[in-house]
Design a protein around this ligand. Structure first.
Ligand code: NAD
Length: 483
């Protein structure tokens, strides 16, 4: 049967499971407190442009208070706590995230614009899984590969972006806490709400005051966190440009640093690939989360012999994607997170046309209010085009072709980034050969965008350094101890 739009009745998730406060303070020393200097700013639902809540803007004085609270907690009860006891708190956080999963998923969708199906099935369960996974490490740190008695670093300053607000917070907090550090977390200014509910969850879990602090605000708040002299370790996920600035600012301070930055991943399809699965993987690779994904498969490299067949099937598949209300369980493509991000995507897409690539989008009605961009595919892309080189961070795919495996690898590696890649082929030996020759932190074979808390994730070159996830993720929060 052919599926048409009318075969899907709206299936909206209830908004009522979230009770938003009109305004949120900063979470410092176990309590929500008013900001001392900066006032408040609105956070907006990008699908409707409605203001969801006012959120405190933390200035340097507020950041100083948060770092002070984290330091006291580190030197006090948390720093002296045995791993077995710390594990119980981290497990408790995982369980409470599960208990409040529906609320967190709706909240994330409201604040970020992502489809509820993704928030519900990916962001929230993976966030809980990270806390579960690292809880298991808290009393086994001597097996982390850093000697028999590794030590925590102290106070971690952690800055995260808006594309996976809760999940990125979990990636930062879970290993830091399991390793015995205390944290000052700065969520992105357009998506602060799930971190603030996570702060409520820390209260519910009776985490000792000061172990986790959440300071909201723009880039200047992030800059105050990373440059605070009381911070021992900085973990940053965000754009390459800001990451470079942080690296410069921290040079010579002795602070430990990990950077998870941008990407321009190649998704390579060989002529022997199972094409239907590959098409699903291409769609997932670039249209998942509106393409707001650092490891998105934004460059499709397809072998010439199958290029036409792949593109035909891909366009047919993209025509079935439903764009619209992110709270509708049928929605595949939600809203772009902010007006600024939409403008960036529009500008880069326009450059694709201006530089001679061919632009295609399916017929697709776009809601009147909110920030939207239809799924878009560019063909006739050459390596010098901006859309082949720059991270678009939106639902825009650039398609290039190749003839030989060596050419595929050369084109895939022709990028200043190196975060992820995908390879589609029936030949195991070819997948292995390609993976060995790609300069990318993660290479998926016959799948894409698979995440597991036990698996390390991170980049090469301008995609940053350090790994999050798995045993490797602990190294960022521990120093080797002596026997
Ligand atoms: P961004 O760099 O503008 O902001 C990220 C965070 O840094 C925000 O919280 C922001 O307020 C803060 N910030 C801004 N200026 C700062 C400064 N000078 N000092 C300290 N903090 C500062 O990035 P974005 O637009 O929010 O996020 C998108 C980027 O994040 C993309 O490039 C994407 O690839 C990257 N990303 C990477 C990963 C990864 O794991 N490698 C994961 C998700 C997103």
């Amino acid at each position: 049967m052919e599926l048409t739009a009318w075969t899907y009745s709206p299936a909206p998730e209830s908004r009522q499971v979230v009770s938003l406060r009109p305004s949120y303070g900063l979470f410092v020393d176990g309590e929500f407190v008013a900001p001392r200097g900066g006032g408040f700013f609105p956070t907006v639902n990008p699908a409707t442009e409605e203001t969801l809540a006012e959120v405190a803007l933390a200035g340097p004085e507020d950041v100083d208070r948060a770092v002070g609270a984290a330091r006291r907690a580190y030197e006090g009860r948390w720093g002296r706590m045995r791993g077995t006891e710390r594990a119980k708190y981290v497990y408790r956080l995982a369980r409470l995230i599960q208990e409040r999963a529906r609320e967190l998923a709706v909240l994330e969708t409201l604040d970020n614009g992502k489809p509820i199906r993704e928030a519900r099935d990916i962001d929230v369960p993976l966030a809980a899984a990270h806390f579960f996974y690292y809880a298991g490490w808290a009393d086994k740190l001597e097996y982390a590969g850093l000697g028999p008695s590794p030590r925590p670093l102290g106070v971690a300053g952690q800055v995260v972006p808006w594309n996976f607000p809760l999940l990125m917070a979990a990636w930062k907090l879970a290993p830091a806490l399991a390793a015995g550090n205390t944290c000052v977390l700065k969520p992105a200014e357009t998506t602060p709400l799930s971190a603030l509910v996570l702060a409520e969850i820390c209260q519910q879990a009776e985490l000792p005051p000061g172990v986790v602090n959440v300071v909201t605000g723009p880039g200047s708040t992030g800059a105050a966190v990373v440059s605070h002299p009381g911070v021992d370790k900085v973990a940053f996920t965000g754009s390459t440009e800001v990451g470079k600035g942080i690296q410069r600012a921290l040079a010579g301070t002795g602070k430990r640093l990990t950077l998870e930055l941008g990407g321009k991943a190649a998704n390579i399809v060989f002529d022997d690939a199972p094409l239907d699965q590959a098409v699903e993987g291409i769609v997932d690779g670039i249209f998942f989360n509106q393409g707001h994904v650092c490891c998105a498969g934004s460059r499709l490299l397809v072998q010439e012999a199958v290029a036409e067949a792949v593109l035909d099937r891909l366009k047919q598949r993209v025509e079935t994607l439903r764009l619209g209300d992110p709270l509708d369980k049928n929605t595949d493509i939600g809203a772009i997170n902010s007006a600024a991000q939409l403008a960036k995507i529009e500008e880069l897409a326009a450059s694709g046309e201006a530089e001679g690539a061919e632009r295609w989008s399916p017929p697709c009605a776009v809601p009147e209010r909110g920030y939207w961009f239809p799924p878009t595919i560019f063909t006739g892309v050459s390596q010098s085009h901006r859309i082949a080189r720059e991270e678009i961070f939106g639902p825009v795919l650039s398609v290039l072709t190749f003839r030989t495996p060596a050419e595929a690898v050369a084109k895939a590696n022709n990028t200043p980034y190196g975060l992820s890649a995908g390879v589609w082929t029936e030949k195991g030996s070819r997948a292995q050969w390609v993976a060995r020759h790609l300069r990318a932190g993660v290479v998926w074979a016959n799948t894409f965008n698979r995440f597991d808390p036990a698996s390390p994730f991170g980049g090469y070159q301008e995609s940053g350094f350090g790994r999050e996830g798995g045993r490797h993720g602990l190294e960022a929060y521990l120093e080797a101890g002596d026997a």
